[in-house]
Design a binder for this molecule. Sequence first.
Ligand code: MN
Ligand code: MN
Length: 455
Amino acid sequence: MNKDLLYKKETVYKKLGKEVTAAAFEYCEGYKSFLDSSKTEREAVSTAIAMLSAKGYREYTLGDKVKAGDKLYYNNRGKNLFAFSIGSESIRNGIRITASHIDAPRIDLKQCPLYEEGGIAYFKTHYYGGIRKYQWVATPLSLHGVIITKDGKTVNVCVGEDESDPVFYISDLLPHLGYEQAKLPLDSAIKGEQLNVILGNIPEDEEDSVKNAVLTLIADKYGITEEDFFSSELCVVPAAKARDIGFDRSLIGSYGHDDRVCAYPSLTALLESEDSTHTLMCVLADKEETGSDGVSGMQSDLILDIIDSIANSFGVSSALVRANSKCLSADVCCGYDPNFPEVFEKMNTSFVGCGAVFTKYTGARGKSSTNDANPEFIAWLRAAMEANNVVWQSGELGKVDAGGGGTVAKFISKHNIETIDLGVALLAMHAPYELAAKVDVYETHKAIKAFYNFD
Ligand code: MN
Ligand code: MN
């Protein structure tokens, strides 16, 4: 038969060879820096604004008129960012939107966090997003976030990233006494109320209190009182930095690939698309890991307000702009893991090293609660990818009955914007240290650039 009739899923290495692998390795040096400087959504927004400002992007205020050639960003409370460039073609043709998220699963402090027990001072925590609790014990942790004092002062906190910093720690049981714990299911062996972060062990003289001693240290360093924790947002994340993995350095291990591994490729694609005639928008969203609720999540009406504001500048109906817009919900997919073949259906699963992943639908229990991209849109994307030599594959989140998940796709398509999920296949998604292939990060970057520029 004619072998050209067959669909072949092949690696990026085989399809594009050494040259693109070298380009991917170089590109990923920037990505690793982005990861290390963006461990929370607030840090990711700061990093992104610095990158945008360096390329001439200016801050936008809702209601301001825009014109062709404008390069702008809207900073939503320091946690969610909309960067956009106004193209030369009519806004009636819609906006090319990418939406990735910059929050990642982690452990948040409770609002009354500080206490002492058994001669050790601790922070009480409430985990954020879908973590596997047993993975977060007995490992070095860092503390990131902000404390806002009553007089409106912002105190930035970042401890555990500099080599000279101390780190933090959550203890686990020793195996010698863990016989009963070892029989428990993974999801209950470590309980939410056991994720208490160790802060110190030296008591203060008069009252013999370790809590007071730690509070004194915190007060001296940050100028705050215990009540100030109530208006704080402090997050505990892995202290490890992004590192190359493997003898061939083909992979990157890092905290928070989900979803900075799509945020960075989207942002850099926007910055490299200066000549696009289309209006482009790169959204970096918060709160995806907890359901996209809240003022900084994709369920907020802010995206409508911004599109309205742009459409009004040209006297065009924002409904028309949305109807003609297209969106890549840029988020990760699971890669096939040979250690756990039982949860995957090999024909429709994405493989690490095989390029950017298009996921037509997500959801669970019979495609429930998902966007489901239209084949007309997918066909257009196939043409865009082919024209730009992008290696891509299709993906699905595991076997039909194995579980499921979701992304921001459905919160964008509900605004009458054609949407599909695109991203990088990860191993160990949501673990404190996740794995991604450099060539996949690069192909995802190329895919987004193709989407931004294709005519
Ligand atoms: Mn994600
Ligand atoms: Mn996730």
